[in-house]
Design a protein around this ligand. Structure first.
Ligand SMILES: Nc1ncnc2c1ncn2[C@@H]1O[C@H](COP(=O)(O)OP(=O)(O)OP(=O)(O)O)[C@@H](O)[C@H]1O
Length: 320
């Protein structure tokens, strides 16, 4: 498909011819390739460099301050949804020093490629965040990506169309400067092993992901670019030790239910006008009635009492 248009750029007229390639798509974005040809009269070629430079700056501006999420489609990664506004790290309230530990580790890793190459160690690092639901594993990883200016490649291992080859390929073509996020890694193999008896036809003619395929793909994830893989699970004890041995998972971190400190901090963030003593009172009362409270529950409770900090304390027993 071809279109022709005349456009003004500064004081010059240029002809813009766009040709859409039928069979080719950009592997990283899924958009079809287009050839754009500019023609202008005159001898000054600088005009073309200026156009390209301007286009580049505009494209970068669009993603500035945003986190792009990719999902796997066939053999490619495609962005899904619009790039999200970066989530600040401070908006995810974790137990003291936990966020710093991970952020420092990742930054140290990204900043030292030579250390790895000098020692012949593959330049990749694996992280496992584990703990009960709704405590901030995914939110923290999203905020971390924002802090680093990285995108996120989100992948579910329970995806039935995932085979060893496909996973291997996807991991090797992941966009540069991205975090690969494998969520709920425990679910993949438990559920998969049950499936063939339920529906023996489901896998006919289709390769499926095997546990050793997963291990091989993770081991193969290495390039001159820093490769960061995050896995999350609610049940660390269901994971095969081979999956989380050093080299595949280099840093494990428990992300648990709210402590007194987290509860006060969340209260402050939500009701910044309130005195510290109220935040303290909220935390104390919440822990007196509930032994385990996730940050997601607290967030939901505050949303029910948006303009009513005292009400959020008085009704703390209803927190669920
Ligand atoms: N530590 C936290 N600080 C601030 N908000 C949080 C925190 N944990 C969770 N939330 C809020 O709760 C919701 C769910 O959190 P999130 O998806 O990050 O939890 P998760 O630990 O990844 O859960 P799951 O194990 O179910 O995937 C989000 O809206 C998030 O904003």
């Amino acid at each position: 498909m071809k279109t022709n248009k005349a456009s003004r750029y500064g004081r010059k007229w240029i002809r813009v011819e766009r040709t859409r390639e039928k069979q080719m798509v950009d592997l990283h974005t899924g958009t079809p390739w287009e050839s754009v040809t500019f023609t202008a009269l005159g001898r000054d070629r600088q005009i073309f460099f200026n156009i390209l430079q301007e286009a580049r700056e505009l494209a970068m501006k669009q993603e500035e301050g945003r986190t792009v999420m990719y999902t796997a489609m066939g053999a490619e990664w495609r962005p899904f949804g619009f790039p999200r506004r970066r989530r600040p790290l401070s908006s995810v309230v974790l137990q003291e020093a936990v966020a710093e530990r991970i952020v420092d580790d990742v930054k140290e890793f990204i900043g030292n490629p030579k250390w790895y190459t000098d020692r012949g160690i593959p330049y990749r690092r694996g992280y496992l965040l584990y703990g009960p639901p709704g405590c901030g594993k995914s939110s923290f990883i999203t905020a971390l990506a924002g802090e680093l200016g990285y995108s996120i490649c989100l992948m579910s291992l329970s995806d039935r169309s995932l085979s060893d080859d496909r996973l291997n390929h996807l991991l090797s073509v992941a966009p540069q400067q991205s975090i690969i996020l494998l969520e709920d890694v425990d679910a993949a193999f438990v559920s998969r092993d049950l499936l063939p008896t339920e529906n023996p036809l489901a896998y006919q003619g289709m390769g499926r992901l095997t546990f050793s395929g997963l291990l091989n793909s993770l081991d193969g994830v290495a390039s001159s670019e820093a490769r960061i893989v995050f896995m999350t699970t609610n049940f660390i004890d269901r994971l095969d030790p081979a999956l989380i041995r050093p080299g595949r998972v280099d840093l494990k971190q428990y992300i648990g239910n709210c402590t007194h400190g987290q509860l006060t901090q969340m209260f402050w963030r939500f009701y910044p006008e309130e005195p510290a003593s109220e935040a303290d009172r909220f935390a104390e009362q919440a822990l007196a009635v509930h032994s385990e409270i996730s940050a997601a529950q607290v967030q939901g409770h505050f949303l029910l009492h948006k303009m009513d900090p005292a009400g959020s304390i008085d009704n703390v027993a209803q927190l669920k």
